[in-house]
Design a protein around this ligand. Structure first.
Ligand SMILES: Nc1ncnc2c1ncn2[C@@H]1O[C@H](COP(=O)(O)OP(=O)(O)OP(=O)(O)O)[C@@H](O)[C@H]1O
Ligand SMILES: [Mg+2]
Length: 162
């Protein structure tokens, strides 16, 4: 499934749509080149869940954890991971505990150690905006994608009616 985010604001709004369909334990990979808008999407998602603090790129720490009211969310940026095995030393199993949500940038750096995600989101800069491609890997990921599509349809209908 493909989407278009024409601006930073639309990318944050897409993150907010994802937030509305989150289920415990979902693992989402965010792909795309440097500066694609991966962290922007995560920021929109966190803000819509009520996170009022900063959302910074966890590039140096590799992971930033957000404790929300009833959701624990881990935001990984594995750009600086030199070896997938480092993930074992980080205690990857404890992060992927089946309850916390995991959003992972540069997941390809953890190839062989990271499990397959529920949803893959590939972001491609095109013109001044971005194309997003979503590929579910599990039934839970397919449900999340269906929920996103539903929010888009509902908003369109709402606008049409009003
Ligand atoms: N849909 C969009 N259209 C136009 N600009 C965007 C869009 N989404 C994000 N941007 C801009 O792209 C820039 C980079 O965004 P961001 O830091 O989220 O990228 P990233 O994919 O996380 O990069 P990195 O791989 O370095 O972590 C920001 O200036 C942001 O405003
Ligand atoms: Mg980033």
């Amino acid at each position: 499934m493909e989407f278009r985010a024409a601006s930073e604001q639309e990318m944050e709004a897409f993150g907010a749509r994802l937030a509305r369909g989150l289920a415990p334990g979902l693992v989402i990979h965010l792909g795309g080149p440097l500066g694609a808008g991966k962290t922007t999407l995560v920021r929109g998602l966190l803000r819509s869940l009520g996170w009022a603090g900063a959302v910074k790129s966890p590039t140096y720490a590799l992971v930033e954890t957000y404790a929300l009211d009833d959701i624990l969310l881990h935001h990984f940026d594995l750009y600086r991971l030199s070896d997938p095995e480092e993930l074992e030393f980080m205690g990857l199993r404890d992060f992927l505990d089946g309850h916390a949500i995991c959003l992972i940038e540069w997941a390809e750096r953890g190839h062989g150690i990271l499990p397959e995600p529920d949803l893959r989101i590939g972001i491609r800069p095109l013109g001044t905006g971005r194309d997003l491609r979503c590929d579910p890997g599990t039934p839970a990921g397919a449900r999340l994608l269906a929920a996103v599509i539903e929010t888009l349809a509902a908003d369109r209908d709402g606008r049409g009616a009003g």
